[in-house]
Design a protein around this ligand. Structure first.
Ligand code: 5FU
Length: 251
């Protein structure tokens, strides 16, 4: 099998969405396929984590609703500057799962005002094709399959969800634990080089596994980096491991 269609260069040429292109450009420029998940609890920790990991990542993934001292001006505005300085994208892992009108409100209003700053957002597709129509100015990453033990995202669900992802112009890819059609970017969480689980249902694989067997495009790493003794060093290690696994998967 010719591996050309698996390369970031090929995908950059062939994908249309501007956010997909931007992500692929950053990947090639930094030789990184790493998305760091910043599941920290304060604005200060979030900014420090973004500064430390920024040079090594293509995107910073957030759960803004766990930031205990969230304040739009204090939390978001500096984060936008840090992202610009280190050239990474902002991905809010909001996992929308409602009717179109509610998702439209949740995306732009409330205190997080996600549409103002997120380049990428995650959304379930459980509300159906049209529920995804209101995510403008961002790239949507559809939750197709989850990494947790006992997830209900069985093959039938994933196949139907993948059809929506393939046909909806706002969707650039999916979160999944299986290979996806070539026109969708694959984002894989549940990556850790130290351990196989967290005792709370999370199931981990290595970077090598997810590139070789799933042909993933981007690895998402949380505790492997932010819980490490030296998060900056850990980000660099995952960046190198991810890139080497990507290159090895082409051979
Ligand atoms: F959709 C998913 C999924 O299937 N598994 C996940 O782990 C999302 N995640 C997120 O990736 C989860 O919400 C965490 O933010 C992150 C994984 O963090 P970890 O610390 O590497 O387990």
């Amino acid at each position: 099998e010719d591996p050309k269609h698996l390369t970031y260069e090929y995908k950059l040429e062939n994908l249309e969405h501007s956010k997909a292109k931007k992500l692929l450009e950053i990947a090639l420029e930094k030789k990184s396929n790493l998305i760091a998940s910043a599941d920290v609890l304060t604005t200060k920790e979030l900014h420090e984590f973004a500064e430390k990991t920024g040079p090594h990542i293509v995107a910073l993934k957030t759960h803004m609703d766990v930031i205990t001292d969230f304040d739009y001006d204090q939390t978001i505005l500096p984060l936008i500057d840090i992202a610009a300085k280190h050239n990474f994208m902002l991905m809010e892992d909001r996992k929308f799962a409602d009717i179109g009108n509610t998702q439209d409100l949740q995306y732009s209003y409330g205190m997080y005002k996600i549409s103002n700053w997120a380049d990428l957002i995650t959304s379930h597709v459980i509300g159906g094709y049209s529920s995804l129509d209101y995510f403008h100015n961002c790239g949507v990453i559809a939750i197709l399959g989850m990494s947790s033990e006992g997830t209900l995202t069985d093959k039938n669900y994933r196949d139907e969800a993948t059809k929506i992802a393939q046909s909806h112009p706002n969707i650039i890819g999916g979160v999944a634990q299986n290979e996806l059609p070539e026109e969708l970017l694959l984002f894989t969480p549940g990556v850790n080089m130290e351990t196989s689980g967290d005792g709370k249902g999370q199931q981990y694989n290595t970077p090598d596994h997810v590139f070789r067997n799933l042909h993933t495009d981007f690895i998402i790493v949380g505790r492997g980096i932010y819980k490490a003794e030296n998060p900056e060093q850990a980000a660099l290690s995952y960046k190198i491991a991810g890139w080497e696994a990507y290159e090895a998967s082409l051979n």
